[in-house]
Design a protein around this ligand. Structure first.
Ligand code: UD1
Length: 428
């Protein structure tokens, strides 16, 4: 049944919440379970739709998965039988293509559906495929599926990614750890989630150097073993809650997180006038007056993350002055603009840039979420708006934000989830 969020704006958010484990770290780490027959115990797995999709994919392939107390999950792929990832599962989550490298390594062949387009752009996986071909795989497209074969196993290769790809780097790193010989990845992604994956693979017995830089060297080993996997904090979730505090003129602290992962975002909000304080594993942001307009452009890590562009735009709608927000990673990631305009924002689009004229009051309206981070942007705008906002299509949100209403309500937000067919909602 489809659901809506109803937000009564104008409440100032105060308080402290814990960050959840990162979705974008959990997904490749779960795919890495295919690389060993031994059990992996995952700590801090976020309860999210995308994570259950990845677990379903593993179960479908024959893995034993058990969901333990709290946020722990054990995965054992000793009895894995299928090297296929079906369209039914892959179509709901592009990151399912992360199983391609591990399945090909494990079975010598893999049959993985192409993810297809998504709301924020075409998002091909050509760079993943080119790299696997360089490592000895034969790749054909068949009925919408990637059919990859490497009967004699993969071998090491020198790979230069034409542009930075996060899941591409992760997929090929997983393919390389058990390949014969040395693989060098140039122009690789430097995201903290790539480092989390590399450190986990090293714990499992892999030989990897350079993760976190743009050049990663991997020496293939014979086998990998199981162990405990620790998922890092979700930096995008962390920044979304800090932005929720700032957009309401409040004071929010996020704990169990890592300020180093958010340097670009924190620098921009501080320049815009926010008070930013950090400790080893917490971040506090506060502001008792409107922020000043601040321009940003998205780039791969350590630059300003594309996954925070929409949320930052909501902040800039409420800031004093005009800012330019330039999206360099995805070609169609301004779908939230039309919805913000319906809430009274003044934004002009010019190719890859949005010019945001801030300081005009936002007003509640019925709006529609178009993708995961656009949903977060609309929540922020709704928290700051006068009156009530109804956000529909919130299934996007459940892909990436764990217990979002509960967390926002604990900070003082007024937010309800209702089923669209019913008129009364359950208060969270
Ligand atoms: C990952 C993140 C996503 C984030 C994005 C950019 C996960 C599960 N998802 O997505 O939240 O928004 O990084 O930080 O970690 N490209 C190609 N060919 C390829 C691969 C990518 O042209 O083979 C292009 C994409 O279309 C895009 C750019 O490269 O324009 C970056 O994409 P990429 O880093 O691969 O994004 P994802 O890994 O899918």
């Amino acid at each position: 049944m489809s659901e809506q969020l109803i937000i009564h704006g104008g409440k100032t958010l105060h308080g402290s919440i814990e960050a959840s484990g990162a979705k974008n770290a959990a997904l490749p780490l779960l795919a890495a379970a295919i690389l060993t027959s031994e059990e992996l115990l995952f700590h801090r797995i976020p309860h999210l739709k995308d994570v259950s999709t990845m677990l379903s994919l593993l179960v479908h392939q024959g893995a034993d998965v058990s969901i333990n107390e709290g946020n722990q999950v054990t995965v054992c792929t000793a009895s894995l039988t299928k090297s296929e990832a079906s369209y039914e599962l892959v179509k709901t989550m592009r990151a399912s293509s992360l199983v391609l490298g591990p399945l090909l390594t494990r079975f010598g062949h893999a049959y993985v559906s192409l993810p297809g387009g998504c709301a924020i752009g075409a998002r091909p996986i050509d760079l993943h495929l080119k790299a696997l071909e360089k490592m000895g795989a034969t790749i054909h497209m068949e009925h919408g599926y990637v059919k990859a074969i490497a009967e004699n196993g993969l071998h090491g290769a020198h790979i230069h990614f034409d542009h930075v790809t996060v899941t591409g780097t992760e997929n090929i790193m997983m393919a390389a750890v058990l390949a014969k010989g040395e693989t060098i990845l140039e122009n690789s992604a430097r995201e903290p989630e790539v480092v989390n994956l590399a450190e986990t693979l090293i714990m499992m017995g892999a030989k990897i150097e350079g993760a976190g830089t743009d050049r990663i060297c991997i020496q293939g080993v014979e086998t990998l073993h199981g162990g405990d996997v620790h998922i890092i904090a979700d930096r995008i979730e962390t920044a979304t809650y800090l932005a929720a505090g700032l957009i309401t003129g409040g004071d929010v602290t996020v704990t169990d997180t890592d300020p180093h992962m958010l340097e670009a975002f924190l620098a921009r909000v501080e320049e815009a006038g926010a008070m930013v304080k950090t400790g080893q594993d917490w971040i506090r942001c506060a502001s008792d007056k409107p922020l000043q307009a601040m321009s940003i452009h998205t780039t791969p890590h350590p630059g300003f993350p594309t996954d925070l562009q929409a949320q930052f735009m909501a902040l800039m709608c409420c800031a004093q002055g005009s800012s330019v927000i330039t999206e360099n990673i995805f070609e169609n990631r301004f779908m939230h603009v039309q919805e913000l305009l319906r809430m009274g924002a003044h934004i002009e689009l010019d190719g890859h840039s949005a010019i945001v004229h801030g300081g005009k009051p936002l007003s509640g309206a019925p709006v529609m979420a178009t993708d995961l981070r656009a949903s977060a942007c609309l929540i922020l705008a709704a928290l700051a708006a006068q009156g009530t906002t109804h956000i529909s299509r919130i299934y996007h949100l459940d892909r990436g934000y764990e217990r979002i209403e509960e967390k926002l309500m604990s900070l003082g937000a007024s937010i309800q989830r209702i089923s669209q067919s019913s008129s009364t909602g359950e208060e969270y």
